[in-house]
Design a protein around this ligand. Structure first.
Ligand code: NIG
Ligand code: FE
Length: 414
């Protein structure tokens, strides 16, 4: 049956006019409809029609009573599947130790690896589902979740299977991402080649065969993998049909960007230490720059040059990077607030960055990320009457209802 979502004060369509992204200045136009209802058929947006206009086909009406409708938020970079607690490390960070000092002392990624390896699958699933539900309660309808705290053949597969199980238990789009190349695990520190070969020759094929992920990530950094090592992994991943994405230019500028752009990665993420000459590379590129201001906040260092990227025509997306070490932040609304104040992005650029552009970063912007006829009816219904309230109120979750493929999957009053 048709559904009519009626009486919204504003519908932010974030219409990309079929382009599936908003590059540069285009991100500042949201295409807002007032006085219109959304008609949904078979889970897809069918049409926008004026308030009270007659509809002859049988339908159900959901009265949204003057609230704001936005496309469902797309959270395109998270490490939501982790176990354990790194609060002691955060204490050290607050006392002045750097992320790299802590990693050198045996903390950092490897301490989450120990915890994930020790935790049974069923407990990991319980932890993950709570975190997924938290994102759903914020109006998120597509969520990326990375592996990368297993770092062995068995533990990486364990993580990806838990993510797949979570995806089968929740009604949103969960996009698993293989991050076996997060760092070299302790047992292979003396033989990194062997670890890389496990990733390339053993894990990629089985992940493909079991359909556990179609997305491959790596951490290109002096303390993790060199551009040359990432290239070896990406060449094989690409030939198997994986989409590519890369953590790069987070602490050191060692050439990851150039490699990722050359290999047509869907996104490059972090970019806190991007150089001016690299910014220009984005203007002609389809690769999305995913900015993670929660990391700069947590580690108290530089923020990515968002303004310069947008002004040079880049497609810019935002994400939490939710993880236990560098961004223990699961609030998309806090990220939006940081983007306004610290990245100097406008209200409109921020909404584009958390919807259509983050969908582009995941390669799903032909089906979601904006409200256009024929796309999935994925939206958030926010309890405000003007979208400017989203940023004006720091970190406040206004989401009242999350709608995925036309179905109400979360309602705050329930
Ligand atoms: O995105 N940069 C590498 N990976 C994560 C940090 C993970 C961790 O410290 O556990 C990030 O910042
Ligand atoms: Fe990350």
């Amino acid at each position: 049956m048709l559904k009519r979502f009626a009486n919204a004060s504003q519908i932010l369509t974030v219409d990309s006019f079929g382009s599936g992204r908003k590059k540069g200045q285009a991100a500042s136009v949201l295409n807002i409809l007032s006085g219109h209802d959304i008609i949904v058929e078979n889970g897809l947006v069918k049409d926008f029609i004026p308030f009270h206009s007659p509809l002859t086909t049988a339908h159900r009406t959901v009265d949204v009573k003057g609230k704001v409708i936005t496309p469902g938020f797309v959270e395109c970079h998270t490490h939501s599947l982790f176990a354990g607690d790194r609060s002691a490390e955060y204490r050290m960070k607050l006392e002045g130790k750097s992320y790299e000092d802590i990693a050198a002392m045996g903390g950092g990624i490897v301490s989450s690896v120990r915890a994930v390896r020790e935790t049974p699958e069923s407990d990991l699933l319980t932890l993950l589902l709570k975190r997924v539900d938290n994102f759903i309660s914020q109006g998120v309808t597509s969520l990326e979740i990375k592996s990368g705290y297993g770092l062995s053949y068995d533990a990486e597969l364990k993580m990806l299977r838990v993510i797949k199980k979570a995806a089968s238990l929740r009604n949103i789009n969960i996009i698993p991402c293989f991050l076996g190349a997060h760092t070299v695990p302790i047992e292979y520190k003396q033989d990194r080649k062997k670890y890389l070969s496990i990733l390339i020759n053993e894990l990629l094929p089985v992940i493909k065969a079991e359909n556990l992920s179609n997305r491959c990530d790596a951490f290109c950094e002096s303390s993790a993998f060199s551009p040359d090592e990432v290239e070896q992994l990406f060449v094989v991943a690409k030939s198997l049909g994986f989409n590519l994405t890369l953590h790069t230019e987070q602490f050191n500028n060692i050439g990851g960007i150039e490699l990722a752009l050359q290999m047509d990665a869907l996104s490059v993420d972090h970019l806190e230490v991007l150089k001016d000459e690299q910014i220009k590379l984005f203007g002609d590129s389809q690769t999305v720059a995913v900015l993670l201001p929660g990391v700069s906040y947590t580690l108290d260092y530089s923020f990515a040059p968002a303004r310069k990227l947008i002004d040079s025509g880049a497609t810019v997306a935002l994400a939490t990077d939710y993880n236990p070490g560098t961004s223990n932040i699961n609030s998309i609304f806090l990220i939006m607030s940081l983007a306004a104040r610290k990245l100097k992005m406008t209200f409109e650029e921020i909404i584009s960055a958390y919807t259509i552009n983050s969908a582009a970063a995941l390669g799903i912007s032909n089906e979601t990320g904006s409200l256009e006829p024929g796309k999935s009816a994925d939206f958030a219904i926010l309890d405000i009457s003007n979208y400017e309230q989203i940023i004006y109120n720091t970190a406040q979750n206004f989401n009242q209802m999350t709608v995925k493929s036309g179905k109400i999957i979360y309602n705050k009053s329930n």
